[in-house]
Design a protein around this ligand. Structure first.
Ligand code: PLP
Length: 423
């Protein structure tokens, strides 16, 4: 197969905010070659690449600051504790939470949702209570609630979406009622790019007395998040999707709620006193951080937040929106390509199917061109069922992508079509 990429530029397009994409130089991995080609990395919804400053922060922590936190009397332990707690303050500022003790460090979004399911849900739900999710949720925002329902007798309900992938707001409102105790909803859908009107959903949910957890895994790197103006009770995100390390993330929880919740994991660091007769718990957030956490990861997450703020989240959002518009037009011009998820105001995710080519085959062929996308159900099997498809191919954008990446994607898709046509 020829390796040359055709030029697929969409004529007459204005360049998206080019200054942002020039930050690609900050990401060492982007200059490596894959299968002899320039790496075109469009799998950012799965995980983002890391800038030098984040890689350095993690390495520097181990070189200069490594010690266990919170329980040491020596200087290094106190220094390490300071770095860890400074990251908590950075997360607070990023989400505009009122207090830094509303931030619990977790392994990521999945663990944050499981924390709420195991602690809040298990201790607050009774048979017949309802948890409301939407059709577009990631498995991480479905399965923990199914487990909580099995344990408590609560019932999982699902608000539908329209054909374009937008939440059906009337149906959502109609499903809220006296039995609804919790709404768990994605801020941004990983498979469709739909941006949910979370502040509005919170208002409606609070009006019936329900709590709201927002899954922000796909939002925090792409849009400014303000948990106070959203008004949510819980907000979860993952470090690795915001240019930070894997294995670290955070849960925001309203302090009064966190403080009233029981621990879900026991061990060191989460206790006040321990006796064989009974133990007592530390205040939030320590109550939810049992054992030695991913200290280096937390510190490097702080560096990722500094990086996001330095580039500017508003600039990133503007850049990605312009590139999404460019990419949408480029893909729409490909015969037989169907975009899945066309909700107005959507985020930088291009999910699609191609007539006659299975998404996995397409992903494999694109890979031979150095173009990294994701193919499959994207951990949203119920959503795929809703659209009557086994999966999609998904290109997801980040701050370092530019039109040449989208052009390479479009050219590689056309090439795959030629290959299939010539079978
Ligand atoms: N929620 C959404 C919307 C996601 O896209 C993802 C990951 O793709 C998750 C939750 C789970 O995130 P993690 O695997 O980092 O815990």
């Amino acid at each position: 197969m020829s390796v040359a990429l055709q030029s697929g530029s969409v004529a007459g397009e204005a360049a998206p905010t080019a200054g942002v994409a020039s930050r690609a130089a900050d990401f060492p991995i982007l200059s490596r070659r894959v299968r002899g080609k320039r790496l075109v990395y469009l799998d950012n919804a799965a995980t983002t690449q890391k800038p030098e400053s984040v890689i350095d922060a993690e390495a520097r922590y181990y070189r200069e600051s490594n010690a266990n936190i919170h329980r040491g009397v020596h200087w290094l332990s106190q220094h390490s504790t300071d770095l860890y707690e400074e990251s908590r303050e950075r997360v607070r500022a990023l989400l505009n939470a009122q207090r830094s003790d509303e931030i619990v460090f977790t392994r990521g979004t999945t663990e944050a949702v499981n924390l709420v399911a195991n602690s809040w849900a298990r201790s607050n739900l009774k048979p017949g209570d309802e948890i409301l999710v939407t059709t577009m949720e990631h498995h991480s925002n479905i399965v923990p609630w199914q487990l909580a329902c099995a344990q408590t007798g609560a019932v999982l309900r699902v608000a539908p979406i329209g054909d374009g992938g937008a939440l059906d707001l009337d149906a959502f409102d109609a499903m809220l009622g006296a039995r609804t105790r919790l709404v768990a909803v994605a801020h941004v859908s990983n498979a469709l790019g739909t941006v949910n009107p979370v502040a509005r959903l919170v208002q409606r949910a609070h009006a019936v007395g329900a709590m709201v957890l927002v899954d922000g895994a796909q939002a925090v790197a792409h849009t400014a998040v303000d948990v106070q103006s959203i008004g949510c009770d819980f907000y979860a995100f993952s470090g690795h999707k915001v240019y930070g390390p894997t294995g670290v993330g955070a849960l925001y929880g309203r302090y009064d709620l966190l403080q009233a919740m029981p621990p879900w994991q026991g061990g060191g660091d989460m206790i006040r006193t321990v006796a064989f007769e009974a133990s007592t718990w530390a205040d939030a957030p320590q109550r939810f951080e049992a054992g030695t956490p991913n200290i280096a990861g937390v510190v490097a997450l702080g560096a990722a937040i500094d990086y996001l703020r330095e580039v500017g989240i508003e600039r990133i959002a503007a850049h990605e929106h312009a590139l999404l518009a460019y990419g949408t037009r480029a893909l729409e011009s490909i015969p037989g390509l169907r975009l899945i998820g066309t909700a107005p105001g959507k985020a930088g995710i291009l999910s699609f199917t191609i007539d006659g080519i299975h998404p996995h085959d397409l992903g494999t062929i694109l890979d031979t061109e150095g173009v990294a996308i994701r193919a499959g159900h994207h951990c949203t099997m119920p959503l795929m069922k809703r659209f009557g498809i086994p999966g999609t191919a998904r290109a997801s954008l980040a701050l370092y992508n530019d039109e040449s990446d989208v052009d390479a994607l479009a050219a590689a898709i056309r090439r795959a079509q030629d290959l299939f046509d010539g079978r």
